[in-house]
Ligand binder design. Sequence first.
Ligand code: NAG
Ligand code: NAG
Ligand code: NAG
Length: 321
Amino acid sequence: MSRAGFSAFVCLFFAGCFCCSKAMPSKLNQETFNNRPVIGILTQIVSDDIMKPFGSTYIPASYVKYIESGGSRVMPIRLTHTTDEYENIFRQINGLLLIGGAANLETSDFARVAKIFYRLALKANDAGDFFPIWGTCMGMQQLTVLVAGENLLTNTTAENIALPLNLTAEASTSKMFEGFPSEFMKVLTQEPLTGNFHHYGLTVKTFQENEKLQSFFSILSTNVAENGAHFVSTIEGKRYPFYGTQWHPEVNRFQWDRKRNFPHSAHAVQLSSLLAQFFVEEGRRSLHQFDNPEEEASSLIYNYTPVYAANFTGYEQLYFF
Ligand SMILES: *[C@@H]1O[C@H](CO)[C@@H](O)[C@H](O)[C@H]1NC(C)=O
Ligand SMILES: *[C@@H]1O[C@H](CO)[C@@H](O)[C@H](O)[C@H]1NC(C)=O
Ligand SMILES: *[C@@H]1O[C@H](CO)[C@@H](O)[C@H](O)[C@H]1NC(C)=O
């Protein structure tokens, strides 16, 4: 959906208020913001044997802290609900984060639930009901499978390596990087601020040859894999507020395993902060809400306690569900 579409919706909303409140006219053309956003995070399927005793799905605490750092609360979303239940959750949350992991992108429960939210978000945005989605690593891969209607991923291994971004011309007019200082855009292309931990991805060639991907997303950056393949590393929806990074913005501030190349420089921290703030700001444009404070309170991540996991995984803390 377009910004104009959203404004039209808001204008109608205020026009409605105007009839019964004469104090409103100065706000006629302003957007309404939701300053108590809740971003949903789909739980990820446990595939590591060592994690299995704790639960069947999990969310690394790094993603939760990342979203919280932008000024949002987090609702964990299990993979075991019915479609009706997901429709109800959709009406309550203000954005969705699809995280990294290892699951089948067409047949897994993760894929099934991601597809339900993806379709709801398309429909909502088309109707002027703003709803952002962000996919990180496998989450971005999942978005490309949903848009293309098929899995087009190939070997683009970039495992445990921090890279500078090869920004495209479209990055300079993107929404994702709109608020970035111009000197910082240059830093992005020079310093290795993006942590890559993936085996598969979309090559630039595959992307450009696919009509659906090409018309849906703009490529904001590319990188080169270990096998020399140029892969798409950052994308943004042209009409929809859907974003994807093949790299991991959350690790820059919230993961510390010494065996991994997590970027922790001041610039790396700044990048992670700017993107968390950007995505939560998108969430503030969603006016979805819970029916009552009790339902909201019982749905939030605060009801769960993360497990210390640095001695058996690469993560410091994990939430299990
Ligand atoms: C950067 O991307 C351009 C295309 O946008 C490509 O021609 C160039 O080879 C890439 N450079 C690197 C270092 O990846
Ligand atoms: C992908 O390519 C890299 C580098 O050529 C190779 O080491 C790796 O085994 C390949 N991985 C898969 C899953 O094919
Ligand atoms: C990790 O440390 C916790 C205590 O902090 C301990 O209870 C647990 O057994 C350890 N796990 C492994 C796999 O070593």
